[in-house]
Design a protein around this ligand. Structure first.
Ligand SMILES: *Cc1c(COP(=O)(O)O)cnc(C)c1O
Length: 709
């Protein structure tokens, strides 16, 4: 790294606190420092500072405007870290001096830290950022996967290739976590008949700190060093070991860095082994098993994320036994009781079920949308025999997205102007957001046009890079969207490629689709992006089908596939498309969040009434797909839903979008755009969501009397 001039000696500190990524004043410091380098590094200031030319730094400190920006950002950072009068301090004083530990297998904070695969990670990242904004003393616990999640390329015949890259540690905003006596923190976890060491890394995100576990230590055997190498990369055996490390190791790591959480929040069942470690810790100090379980339950909250059966981790008992033997220790006599907590049979015989374990050991559980709540209560009623479904202790906290992260600079500027510069402080208040209706058509249309242009510039730059650097074929370049028309109605579909999301639904009637896309003078184009899980051949097959369609001349080059969907690509897509398509098989989409990110940028949702859209659709803020077919006949349902999509595009979207006044402005379209922002920004913000977690889940846990031995 170049030596930083004294005047800006804290720039590295700013780069190493991901708070910069959602704070415009701080982003500008890096953007304006060296814009080409900012783009070249995909907005990674740690890397920027490592490779930046000393001359550029010298120029920067000679530039009073940039220096003023730097000073403002540093002052804001200090203010943020020191703030006493936060929402949490006012509304939840019982958290003062205590902390909430948030366990998650993935966190999506920024593209420079590739420790996430999709929606679950984005939710965790947004939760942490909002917790920081609200002043909630939250610490995240997860993995520092050295190879992270894979990068995706698509072969000439449309098959997904997974490329794993070892993370460059010098380019990531991570540093060793320290113990209270100032040593790098390493913790040990008994696994089978051996002990695996975990290094603990620290990531700063404003007021929130993440502690990330990593087995890649020289002291570990080679196969153990690889345990944390990849997110969701291994077989069942790797998976159960990873989950033991996350739960058991996570609790131990917190202890080692000197943190005693008041509440444990398990984000999905992956971390449920944490309860084993906690029960064990209590039993070792003389607690009876039942009392220890009660105490753990009092302080544990659990969020379940999927109504898809395969989405819940299950293991044969012998596999868990094999890897837990070392951890039992003194706890051995309670082995049967612990297994009973995770026992669940979905018809294929009893299994060790991570969700069942979490449901039985958490004092409060929530699903992630109202509809998902109903489905979850039905799905897991066997856990509470004899209790009526509506009485089950599963509530709903609908997901939300972190506005400062997902809103574009263009829409932000309009909100600054028409809602006031401190709109972010009030944006979860629906009455306050009425102000969106006052934004003039001309300005909002200008912002929308700009965002679409940014998206197409991004697509072309990527294609150019592929073309020059790796000699991509001409058809590859076409497939990446380079023939797209920057004024045409653009539909986006980007998410994980998995069966229930029906990524290829829109191709159900290919001739009809070709007709819709190629309408003379009123073209429509569709952008796809998304990864299939490396072990999911069905998902990859869907992806291949789509890739073949992309190359089919019948669709006129109006369909494209953007490779390597990640947070960076997601930003361009949700902001730059005109419409966001979502067509899962109801009710399998627990919530979905990409449509919220799009909607708050004025990209209205065109969706099945599943997940959040079942409560988000108001009649005038987007469109509802409902083929009205028998849900038990999947073939008929797919066909009917696809027909409903074509009908909506032809009869509603296209006429509204292309209906321009004398100034070329689509007045009716912009009414939908405005309603989309007005209704979705307050109700589906992470701010509303995190406040609900505090009031409905954390506060009740804090208010209960501790159980005694
Ligand atoms: C938001 C997001 C998701 C989740 O999208 P869904 O529509 O909820 O499935 C997945 N991946 C990335 C990179 C995202 O930004």
């Amino acid at each position: 790294m170049s030596q930083l001039p004294d005047r800006i000696s804290r720039l590295e500190e700013l780069a190493r606190d991901l708070w910069w990524s959602w704070t415009p004043e701080a982003r500008h410091v890096f953007r304006r420092l060296d814009y080409p380098l900012w783009r070249l590094t995909a907005h990674n200031p740690v890397r920027m500072l490592r490779v930046i030319a000393p001359d550029t730094l010298a120029q920067a400190i000679a530039n009073p405007a940039w220096l003023a920006q730097y000073d403002r950002a540093m002052a804001r950072l200090d203010e943020t870290r020191a703030a006493r009068n936060t929402w949490c301090a006012r509304e939840c004083p019982e958290l003062a001096g205590r902390s909430v530990a948030y366990f998650s297998a993935e966190f999506a904070l920024h593209q420079s830290l590739p420790i996430y695969a999709g929606g679950l990670g984005v939710l965790a990242g947004d939760h942490c950022k909002e917790a920081s904004d609200l002043g909630i003393p939250l610490v995240g616990v997860g993995f520092m996967y050295p190879q992270g999640y894979f990068h995706q390329t698509i072969s000439a015949d449309g098959w997904q290739q997974e490329v794993y890259e070892k993370l460059s540690w010098t380019d990531a905003a991570i540093e060793p976590a320290m113990t209270p006596d100032g040593k790098p923190c390493v913790t040990a976890v008994p696994l089978g008949s051996r002990t695996v060491l975990l290094a603990v890394w620290r990531v700063r995100a404003g007021r929130v700190t993440l502690y990330l576990l990593d087995t890649d230590l020289e002291e570990n055997a080679p196969w153990d060093r690889d345990l944390s190498a990849r997110l969701y990369g291994g077989d069942r055996e790797t998976r159960v070991q990873q989950e033991i490390l996350l739960g058991v190791g996570g609790v131990r790591a917190l202890k080692a860095v000197g943190i005693t959480p008041a509440v444990y929040h398990l984000n999905e069942g992956h971390a449920a082994f944490a309860v084993l470690q906690r029960i064990r810790d209590l039993c070792e100090t003389g607690w009876a098993f039942e009392a220890a379980l009660e105490e753990v339950r009092r302080t544990t909250v659990f969020t379940t994320h999927t109504p898809v059966a395969a989405g819940h981790d299950t293991f044969p008992f012998h596999l868990v036994e094999k890897h837990l033997t070392g951890a039992w220790g003194e706890f051995g006599p309670y082995r049967e009781k612990f297994f009973a907590l995770a026992h669940h049979d979905t018809g294929d015989g009893p299994m060790f079920n991570m969700t069942a374990l979490a449901l039985r050991t958490a004092g409060a559980t929530n699903a992630v949308s109202a509809l998902h709540g109903e489905v979850t209560r039905r799905m897991w009623s066997a856990i509470w025999p004899g209790t009526l479904p509506e009485r089950l202790p599963v509530r709903s906290v609908t997901n939300g997205v972190h506005a400062s992260t997902w809103i574009s600079a263009e829409i932000r500027a309009l909100l600054d102007r028409y809602l006031g510069p401190d709109w972010i402080d009030h944006h979860d208040d629906p009455a306050f957001c009425e102000g969106v209706l006052g934004i003039p058509d001309e300005e909002i249309w200008h912002a929308r046009q700009t965002l679409r242009a940014f998206l197409f510039t991004f697509i072309r730059e990527r294609a150019r890079h592929r073309w020059t650097k790796s000699g991509a074929s001409a058809s590859h370049i076409v497939a990446s969207g380079t023939m797209f028309d920057h004024t045409a109605l653009t539909i986006g579909f980007a998410r994980r490629f998995t069966g229930y999301k029906r990524p290829d639904l829109i191709f159900a009637d290919a001739d009809r689709l070709a007709h819709v896309l190629n309408a003379h003078g009123r073209p429509v184009q569709v952008l796809f992006a998304g990864k299939a899980h490396p072990a999911d051949d069905v998902g990859k097959h869907h992806l291949q089908q789509i890739y073949r369609r992309v190359l089919d001349p019948k669709f006129g080059g109006r369909i494209a596939f953007i490779e390597d969907y990640d947070l960076h690509v997601a930003h361009f897509l949700v902001q730059g498309c005109d419409v966001w398509l979502n067509n899962p098989r109801k009710p399998l989409e627990a919530s979905g969040t990409s449509g919220m990110k799009a909607a708050i940028n004025g990209t209205p949702h065109l969706s099945i009434g599943d997940g959040w859209w079942a409560e988000g659709f108001t009649g005038d803020n987007g469109w509802l797909i409902d083929g009205q077919a028998d849900p038990n006949d999947h073939g008929a349902q797919d066909w009917a839903d696809a027909q409903a999509i074509y009908r909506l595009i032809e009869e509603e979207l296209v006429p509204t979008f292309y209906d321009r006044d004398a100034n070329g402005i689509p007045r009716r379209w912009l009414q939908v755009v405005r309603q989309s922002i007005r209704t979705v920004l307050p109700r589906f913000s992470a701010r509303r969501m995190v406040k609900e977690y505090v009031r409905g889940m954390y506060q009740p846990a804090l208010g209960q009397q501790p159980v005694t031995k």
